[in-house]
Design a protein. Structure first.
Length: 135
């Protein structure tokens, strides 16, 4: 039985797979663009010309990049028998939703979605081992 844990945020995903006592560790980078939206006045004078910022354009691009990132991860974990997804912020929940909606066979293998802070490589491995030991 292959058990896989995924620590995920918008920047990268760490995959830890345990099969027959042997473990493997892999990292997938998201390649999401870093959006620094600049807007406002182009002058020091009050009431000067204003730049119009199109938030929806940036958010739509980020959504497409996230979908591509999630698809890359899903192809890596398709042979897992049990999954746990954990990480900071809401990326772990977005990834779980993507699995449930578009990758049903993988989504059915998700045992839990948990919150976790940033971790080192060894902490991620230990967290996954502990989770599946109690599971």
């Amino acid at each position: 039985m292959k058990q896989t844990g995924i620590w995920i945020d918008k920047e990268k995903a760490h995959l830890v797979s345990i099969k027959d006592g042997a473990e493997s560790f892999d990292t997938i980078l998201s390649n999401l663009e870093d959006y620094n939206i600049h807007g406002g006045s182009g002058t020091r004078l009050k009431g000067g010309p204003q730049d119009v910022v199109q938030d929806s354009k940036y958010l739509e691009r980020e959504k497409h990049q996230l979908k591509h990132y999630f698809k890359d991860i899903a192809t890596q974990i398709k042979d897992a028998d049990a999954l746990v997804i954990f990480g900071p912020a809401g990326t772990n929940e977005k990834f779980n939703k993507e699995l449930q909606d578009n990758f049903n066979t993988i989504g059915a293998k998700v045992k839990a979605v948990k919150k976790a802070d940033s971790m080192t490589k060894n902490q991620v491995k230990a967290w996954v081992k502990d989770f599946f030991k109690t599971e």
